[in-house]
Ligand binder design. Structure first.
Ligand code: FO1
Length: 325
């Protein structure tokens, strides 16, 4: 694809959670900063983020969509960068009062963050679809990109552990990721309908990027939706993934535990295997050259660069690299 041949490139990112938001917001910044001196050859971008919904959870009568919110707050410039989730400068007075009154308080909902969940839950109760609610929230946050939930329906990533079957948030936050993981299921995935807007965005995209999110809890719940995987297979030639694994370790989070539970070794080769059929290119870290042949053997082109995103400059460098690939 010649990026210099047109004035607008349609870019879709498949994303979920704290690992993905760095890349998503870097692409957004490149799009918004038309006068960026970083890379003047990059054209205007129409950006859509198709977001995981498997970590959504009902709590206190509110519908909380952590991956959607992380992406929305990231693009809106209001994400707490240190934690990687929630709103910057938020306070936790409501949570403290919940604790005092004997309510559940293991999930750190900030006071300002709760406003998002109140509006969302209210609109859903009025009969609006999750994608309509998300459009509304993005518009109120002044975001000039589409954030599209992969499905309007409730899909729940369940972690089957030696201490029982639990919601992903219970496993990761309440139990601090400690129990042994036996398997992982996406409850409701067979009946969930993929959002039409997600399919349309994918089919019309010049470039589709799978962000370096947790493959098991952020990306596979998107790719496991009926219809979405088929759409991705049709556009495979335009799809690039960034490895969330460097060497034998995930960049962050519980990816290793989840991947092992599904029978995968922890390496970029396993990432290639998990995304086989939906990507034509995989970008790995520049210290992982030893894996390149094994990835190529799966029919996937492989590129090595610095994929660590410690600051805004790193994020911009990787986003720019991906747009030029
Ligand atoms: N992660 C935590 O580790 N502890 C929390 O208390 C917590 C609260 C929370 C509240 C709102 C939100 O949008 C995200 C929150 N997260 C929290 C992050 C979340 O558990 C995960 O990082 C994602 O669901 C995984 O993609």
């Amino acid at each position: 694809m010649l990026f210099d041949a047109k004035s607008m490139d349609r870019v879709v990112v498949l994303a979920g959670g704290t690992g993905s938001v760095k890349l998503a917001r870097a692409l957004y910044r490149l799009k918004m900063d038309k006068n960026s001196n970083y890379d003047s050859k990059i054209h205007d971008i129409h950006l859509s983020i198709v977001c995981n919904v498997g970590d959504n959870i009902w709590m206190h009568g509110l519908y909380i969509c952590p991956d959607l919110d992380t992406i929305m707050y990231g693009l809106g410039g209001v994400l707490d960068r240190r934690r990687g989730w929630g709103l910057i400068d938020d306070t936790f007075n409501c949570l403290a009062q919940l604790a005092r009154l004997g309510g559940e308080h293991w999930f750190m909902l900030g006071d300002k963050d709760i406003a998002t969940h109140i509006i969302r839950s209210m609109m859903l109760r009025e009969g609006k679809r999750l994608c309509e609610v998300t459009d509304h929230l993005c518009s109120r946050l002044g975001i000039d990109a589409r954030v599209i939930p992969a499905s309007d329906d409730h899909v729940e990533t369940r972690i089957i552990t030696d201490s029982g079957d639990m919601h992903l948030q219970e496993f990761w936050v309440k139990h601090k990721g400690m129990p042994d993981v036996k398997s992982i299921v996406y409850r409701g995935i067979d009946d969930a309908r993929v959002c039409d807007d997600a399919i349309n965005a994918i089919e019309e995209a010049d470039k589709i990027i799978i962000a370096p999110g947790n493959p098991v809890s952020s990306i596979l719940p998107i790719l496991s939706l009926r219809g979405l995987r088929d759409a991705m297979m049709r556009v495979r030639e335009r799809c690039t993934a960034v490895s969330p694994i460097i060497g034998k370790d995930p960049v962050s989070g519980p990816a290793a535990k989840y991947m092992r539970a599904l029978g995968y070794d922890i390496s970029p080769v396993s990432v290639a295997e998990m995304y086989r059929g939906v990507i034509s290119k995989l970008v790995i870290h520049n210290t992982d050259l030893e894996y390149m042949d094994a990835i190529r053997a799966k029919g996937i082109d492989v590129y090595a660069t610095d994929i660590i995103m410690d600051d805004e400059h790193d994020e911009a460098r990787l986003a720019s690299y991906l747009l030029r690939l």
